[in-house]
Design a protein around this ligand. Structure first.
Ligand code: ZN
Length: 110
């Protein structure tokens, strides 16, 4: 193996962001506003995309909006109507479903 000859990719610092998801319940809407960090994935050489809201909705107006793992889980499991309305791509729906099933959202630190 000659892995050592590969140039090392730079690792960027985690990006501090705030969750812009609106919780919907019988009490009304309230924003999550949780501060969390977007991790840099060294393997793919870019920031993890799943906390970008526009990654799911594929809408320009959602650029710069973020959703935390807890809200992604909550939306998928409890706010199904909103999820189906917002995430139009079948592939993205399946992607989020697999994140929920493989536990990659709930294993993160709270
Ligand atoms: Zn949140």
């Amino acid at each position: 193996m000659n892995n050592e000859t590969k140039p090392k990719k730079p690792v960027l610092k985690p990006l501090p962001v705030e969750c812009s998801y609106q919780n919907r319940s019988f009490l009304g809407e309230y924003p999550c506003q949780k501060s969390f960090e977007i991790k840099y994935n060294r393997t793919i050489g870019q920031y993890v995309l799943r906390n970008n809201w526009d990654y799911w909705t594929q809408k320009d107006e959602d650029k710069g909006k973020y959703i935390c793992n807890i809200c992604l889980l909550k939306m998928y499991e409890e706010d199904k109507y909103f999820f189906w309305q917002s995430v139009r791509s079948k592939r993205k729906k399946r992607t989020l479903g697999s994140y929920v099933k493989n536990g990659s959202l709930s294993n993160s630190k709270r």
